[in-house]
Design a protein around this ligand. Structure first.
Ligand code: BV8
Ligand code: ZN
Length: 269
C-alpha cells in the first residue's frame, strides 16, 4: 500500500532530480554492467573492458566491444521508463536528469539537458589532439558474438581514436559532475532509477540528495547499495513503475495541469 507521506512527497514536488543507471535501458534490450557478456567478450568482465589499460593492451577487442554496443543501441528503442522520465520534465518548475549511461535513449525519448556523467557512446575522441567526433558506424555490421575491430585514426593528426566515455580509473568531466552535484543538492525529490549504486563517485549523489533534505526514492527489481539510504524503495521494473509514478509527481503544480495527464492509481509498493 502506498503511504500518504510518499504520495504527498510526489504531489508536492517542485524541484525533481532523476538519476538513472543501466537498468533504465535494460527493457530496451541493452545489457547492464551486471549482465554477463557474450560471444568474443564472454570471458571478460565489463568492469575490466571499460578501462584505459584494456584499450592500451588490446585496442581492437575494446573498440569492437564499443562498436557492438553502438550497433545494439542504434537497433534499440527507448522504453516506457525513458518516455515517462521525458514527460516528467514538463510537470514541475525545476527538473534535471542525471545519467550514468552512455547510450542516447533518454534523448531519443525526448529528455533535454541530460547530464551524462560517464560520457557518450555515440561520440569518440582522438587520444592525441582531443578532437571529438560522432562515432561513424563500423564499415560492416558487427557479427553476432562480436569482432575485433581496429580503432580508426584521427583525420586531423593521425592519433588513435577512442570512445568518448569515462573509463574506470578515469576522472569524471568536471562540468557535468558539478552540475550533477548542484542538481542533487537543490532538489526536493530525488528519483534513483535502475542503478546498483556501486559506481563512484556517481552513487554518492544519492546520499548528497538525502543529506540535503530531498525525499529519495529508488526503483529497482533487486536490492542495491542504496537500500539503507533511500526513503522509499520500489521493487520492480523501471518500465512499470515510472509510468505510474509520473502522473503523481507535481500533481498540484500548474505545470502538471498544463502538461495534462491521465489520473493514475496510487502505486502499491
Ligand atoms: C573515478 C562508461 C577518480 C564506460 C562507466 C580503483 C582505481 C580507480 C578508481 C576506483 C578504483 N576502485 C574503485 C574506484 C572507483 C571506480 C568505481 O566506482 N569502481 C566500482 C566498480 C567500485 N570509479 C571510477 O573509476 C570513476 N572514476 O573514481 O575517478 C579516480 C581517478 C583515478 C584514480 C582513482 C580515482 C569512473 C567510473 C565511471 C566508469 N564508467 N561507464 C562504459 O559504459 O563503457 S560506469 C558503467 O557502470 C556504466 O555507466 C553503468 O552505468 C555503470 C554501472 O552502474 P549501473 O548503472 O548501476 O549499472 P549496473 O549494471 O551496476 O546495475 C544495473 C542495475 O539495474 C541493477 O541494480 C539491476 O538490478 C537494475 N535493473 C535491471 N533491470 C532493471 C533494473 N532496474 C530497473 N528496471 C529494470 N528493468
Ligand atoms: Zn587527432
Amino acid at each position: 500500500m502506498s503511504s500518504p507521506d510518499f504520495e504527498q512527497a510526489l504531489r508536492q514536488a517542485r524541484r525533481v532530480t532523476v538519476f538513472t543507471g543501466a537498468g533504465v535501458s535494460a527493457e530496451s534490450g541493452i545489457p547492464t554492467f551486471r549482465d554477463r557478456l557474450t560471444g568474443l567478450w564472454e570471458r571478460y568482465d565489463p568492469m575490466q573492458l571499460a578501462t584505459p589499460d584494456a584499450f592500451e593492451r588490446d585496442p581492437s577487442l575494446v573498440w569492437g566491444w564499443y562498436e557492438w554496443r553502438r550497433q545494439t543501441v542504434r537497433e534499440a528503442r527507448p522504453n516506457a521508463a525513458h518516455e515517462a522520465i521525458a514527460a516528467l520534465e514538463h510537470r514541475v518548475p525545476a527538473f534535471q536528469l542525471i545519467t550514468q549511461n552512455v547510450d542516447d535513449l533518454h534523448e531519443r525519448a525526448g529528455s533535454t539537458g541530460v547530464i551524462h556523467l560517464h560520457g557518450r557512446l555515440m561520440r569518440s575522441r582522438c587520444q592525441r589532439c582531443g578532437a571529438t567526433l560522432d562515432s561513424p558506424g563500423p564499415a560492416q555490421p558487427v557479427a553476432q558474438g562480436g569482432a575485433r575491430i581496429p580503432p580508426p585514426g584521427c583525420g586531423g593528426c593521425g592519433g588513435r581514436i577512442r570512445p568518448d566515455v569515462v573509463w574506470f580509473g578515469e576522472s569524471l568531466p568536471q562540468a557535468p559532475w558539478q552540475a550533477a552535484v548542484r542538481a542533487s543538492r537543490d532538489c526536493d525529490l530525488f528519483l534513483c532509477v535502475g542503478t546498483s549504486a556501486v559506481v563512484q563517485p556517481a552513487a554518492s549523489l544519492i546520499d548528497l540528495a538525502r543529506q540535503s533534505g530531498a525525499t529519495t526514492v529508488q526503483v529497482n527489481p533487486q536490492p542495491t547499495a542504496a537500500d539503507d539510504l533511500v526513503d522509499h524503495s520500489l521493487r520492480g521494473l523501471a518500465g512499470e513503475w515510472m509510468p505510474r509514478l509520473v502522473p503523481l509527481v507535481g500533481a498540484t503544480t500548474p505545470h502538471a495541469a498544463a502538461a495534462g495527464t491521465a489520473r493514475a492509481d496510487p502505486p502499491r509498493r
